[in-house]
Design a protein around this ligand. Sequence first.
Ligand code: NAD
Length: 423
Amino acid sequence: MKKTNNEWDGPFFKETQSTFERVAKAISLDENIALRLRVPERALIVSVPFRMDSGKVELVTGYRVQHNDTLGPYKGGLRYHPHVNLGEVAALAMMMTWKSAIIGLPLGGAKGGVAIDPIPLSRQELQRLTRRFTIEILNFIGPDSDVPAPDMGTNEQVMAWIMDTYSQQKGHSVPGVVTGKPIDIGGSLGRKEAPGRGVVYTIISAAEKIKMRLDSKIRVAVQGFGQVGAAAARKMEKIGCKVVAVSDVSGGVYNANGLRYDSMMAYLAQNKVLRGYPEGDFITNEQLLEIDCDVLIPAAIERVIHKDNARKLKCKILAEGANGPTTNEADHIIRDRGDIFVVPDVLANAGGVVVSYFEWVQDLQNLFWKEKEINHRLWEMMSDAFEKVYTTSQKEKVDMRTAALMVAIRKISTSMLTRGLYP
Ligand code: NAD
């Protein structure tokens, strides 16, 4: 395969790219298509000045990377985290392309972010940062071209400020410019819980395949208690399983008898982080991953399952709520072990983009659906995609991650060949 310059360098991008190359080779992907897909189509790097409450001006770096739009407008989240960099955003943009294609959405893949820790910022500082970042990427985004959504460190409120800033510039309301907005300004019912709910839907499908009964004996561990992790923990509790461990950036908590979702949320509302939560024992994030459990849901950051702990995992199902939680080396070890059913990130956490797609469609049509309908359609799309990937894995005798990428790359490749190369 011909190589191009690698401006996107970084461990996460290199690994995401090498996974693509491994699968491209396995399916004998057309060389010209492979050349195009191994790097993003476009990237924008911006400097974002914004005023702190003290009056001082801070300058941070922001990114928007568009990987592929063969199937439809670019779609992907915006992350506020101190480690955000071009390589990370490019990797996540590529994964968004695969995700949309696996599910069968008429959307492409993009991602963006700002290298900043949002936690210490005041509400006003966060708002000024978000509005200025929106202006810097304004010509890059739009309901027909590129539609951002929440990701780590951003939320409904951040989406509302982006939507408002964009609309002010256009002179009229444009709700379809972002998804994951509050309901009262064009958000969709069910969007907030969708990524976590989708993770659980894939766990239900996986459990069926390995004949695991999801009852009160099933012990669940969740790393990351944010939008994805908390919603997944809640849904696992709702379907009758026992969530024995959860964690956030401050560390984790373990209780063999089960942790209570509502009580943890109440504690978080008061204390911002889980540290000090009284109804369990303190554990570290590393210990959480190695805990004796049936279902492990890493739903925080990337590269937490690596060569040093992959052999120590004790779960039977690993459902990747986060993007890229498993390094390639660890993935190899887990494949060799053969005793863990892996639901890869591009499938497991696709519920977010599915309901984002529903939100975008509702905004464009100005017609809103009931929550029951949304959850039902989400279930249908997630279980169809799961079945498609599982069938491919059986037919081609490959693991679920390889199968998921096979499904995605074949679909995009067929569409790219049909559309042809411009000019
Ligand atoms: P979030 O900001 O809502 O929550 C992140 C959680 O992880 C928080 O509890 C935080 O304390 C914890 N955390 C942060 N750094 C950590 C560390 N070093 N160790 C342990 N925990 C840490 O973010 P989110 O939106 O839930 O995103 C989590 C993951 O899920 C990311 O990989 C994201 O890309 C992915 N994802 C998010 C969505 C979405 O719609 N929000 C959709 C699909 C995938």
